[in-house]
Ligand binder design. Sequence first.
Ligand code: SF4
Length: 450
Amino acid sequence: MANAAAARHVTEDRSIRSSGIVLEPGMPICQMDLPLDWYQEEFKPYAEEYLALESRAPEVVLPWMDSYIRPALDHFGPRLMLLAHYYMGGEIVKLVERYGGKVADSYLLARQAVLHPDTKIFVESAVHFMAEAIAILAAPDQEVYITNPKAGCTMEMLAKEHMVLPAFDYLVERFGDELLGIAYMNTSGRLKALAGQTGGACCTSSHAEKVVRWASKLGKRIFSLPYQHLGDNVARQVGIDPARIFRWPGGLEGMHYVPSGADEERLDRAEMILWGAFCGVHTVFSISQIEYWRARGHRVLVHPECTKEVVAAADGNGSTNYLWNEVMKAPAGAKLAIGTEAHFVKNAREQGRLRGVEVVNLADIPEADRGSAGCGCATMSRNDPPHLVAMLDLLRKGTPPSLNRVLAGDVVNERTGWRERMHDADRAALVRHARASLERMIEVTEASPG
Ligand code: SF4
């Protein structure tokens, strides 16, 4: 029933659209090889073959990948769907599209199980929370796999359930029904469920403004999990007085924090409480970098997970999807400086170059000591070609490792890839609440598309 409710609000499947990425001969497939001992046992034979290939050029890597992936695609047909996020390094984005898969941002990825009820197996090359969001919305006969169970999000790691629960319990006790959780998509299913329990919603960077406006109209006190900078930026957009934003520390500090004295008074006045987790990839950008590229004729576009100063100074800001579309529709001769994840910018630069559009990484200042180089999402890049090949081949053989199966509520150890699963009854309760928060996001955003 819940799936049907979510499907009713779907007005378009934007993920169907191709990213427009073109694989050219000579364009390297993978930016960096992982050491063999980074692969789980079942994947090592595939990794050994890959590491022994003479180069990473498409003409060498693709025939090897084809020999495993084509039989798997033939075996499963439309029952199988490959998915990747735009931030994937190793150019997995190029490969996933080549094999008929979809490349999207986290919002569109999350909706794929609902949009494709006839697809029974989803194989995702991205981070865990993205795969888990699909699993939360999936029907019982749909399975979700991640190609590398060690691929986690560092922002999510600063807001694990055991860190957030003491704050959540404190705030519920203090404010009761007034409190409404908004969980950024980059959270575990467990935090999405906490938001759902309060009648709250999830949000992504594309839809955070709509969701926060919706919550403000309800007159609620918002607990934003865990997006410190995006939360700051959205608060500015919707006109929340900065004096009425309360910053709760993130990570372990947040777990032990208890407001007292003047902090308690500020908390009581707060309209929005921001959990202090952030994405290191998006905090390397600065005003001086913006000034540098603007002086050279570049239009500066950034992701809203950058700091509020950077977002305010840029020429435009928006989600991953927005940034990609801006590159793909820019006319020949246009010059763009982009402030977001470095693999995304690298892919955008290659695709822009093919159409005469110059794309630079906002953090890449040629002159020394003017800025740090842009940073890639290193954890997401742990999904490389051997992981994709091994996952698909083992699925075809009927022996997929259970470590790669993603179920709602799993707690993942990003160092070992080990996952702790919930009991079925607990998982059912978690899915109910987490799904409610995801479906509320879909309702709020689809009610006012654009
Ligand atoms: S870029 Fe940052 S927020 Fe996005 S998945 Fe990577 S660590 Fe998480």
